[in-house]
Design a protein around this ligand. Structure first.
Ligand SMILES: N[C@@H](CCC(=O)N[C@@H](CS)C(=O)NCC(=O)O)C(=O)O
Length: 221
């Protein structure tokens, strides 16, 4: 099975982490999905990765769907709680993390434009702050988001925080501060998330998937 992935992608990272947690063997194919030579349109009409290509079936894509697909096809070990109410809780946390990642992507491209829309940038920055504030509150002083074992919600938030590390490491945070002066590094603003993230840093699925930025050689916006 092949996973088309990208080194900075939080969406692909969730799937990589779940594959590792479940002990499923796969070949990692890293791409820059924004470049003309990307394979993504061959397998996904939405032209986005992650894309999982099973040995014996059609390609599967869209990270949220992929997490469900993996859970369905490879139920053990489960990344979901046993209690259905808790499953909803885990999926809500996944959804919030996903929304913040989506807003971060929108900000990334907005910052590349010659004329940045202040209104648009501030709108997305509110989502980033709002979502991270909410996640910081939800985790409180616990080391797992739901129940007492590592699962979907933890994977989603760790992937999101790795993405926010890239925002800091690439200096993007400085551009953000032009539109939201109170914006700061996530690990300064959200101590519960910082502690949660630090707790899981040495976990193999976390360590082996640490994200890093790629070079963009083509004009996108
Ligand atoms: N909602 C999608 C988002 C995936 C996504 O944005 N992937 C990026 C890489 S991080 C991509 O392939 N972008 C190319 C494009 O949107 O055209 C998911 O969860 O899988």
């Amino acid at each position: 099975m092949i996973l088309i992935s990208a080194t900075p992608s939080p969406f692909a990272r969730k799937v990589r982490m779940a594959l590792i947690e479940k002990g499923i063997a796969f070949t990692l194919q890293n791409e820059v999905p924004w470049h003309a030579d990307t394979q993504t349109p061959r397998y996904n009409p939405l032209e986005q990765l992650p894309i999982l290509i099973p040995d014996d079936g059609d390609p599967v894509f869209e990270s949220t769907f992929l997490m469900d697909w993996l859970e369905h096809k490879y139920p053990e070990p489960s990344m979901l709680p046993a209690d259905p109410e808790r499953v909803l809780e885990a999926k809500l946390i996944h959804t919030i993390a996903e929304g913040v990642a989506d807003a971060t992507v929108l900000l990334f491209w907005e910052m590349q434009r010659e004329h940045i829309s202040t209104e648009w940038a501030q709108r997305q920055l509110r989502k980033v702050k709002g979502g991270l504030t909410d996640l910081n509150r939800r985790v409180g002083d616990r080391v797992f988001f739901v129940d007492d074992r590592f699962g979907l919600a933890d994977i989603a938030v760790i992937a999101l925080l790795g993405m926010q590390d890239i925002v800091i490491n690439t200096g993007m945070i400085t551009a953000w501060q032009n539109f939201a002066p109170d914006m700061d590094d996530w690990n300064v603003l959200y101590p519960n998330l910082e502690r949660f993230d630090a707790h899981h840093r040495d976990r193999p699925s976390v360590k082996q998937t640490a994200p890093f930025m790629f070079d963009l050689a083509e004009k996108i916006v």
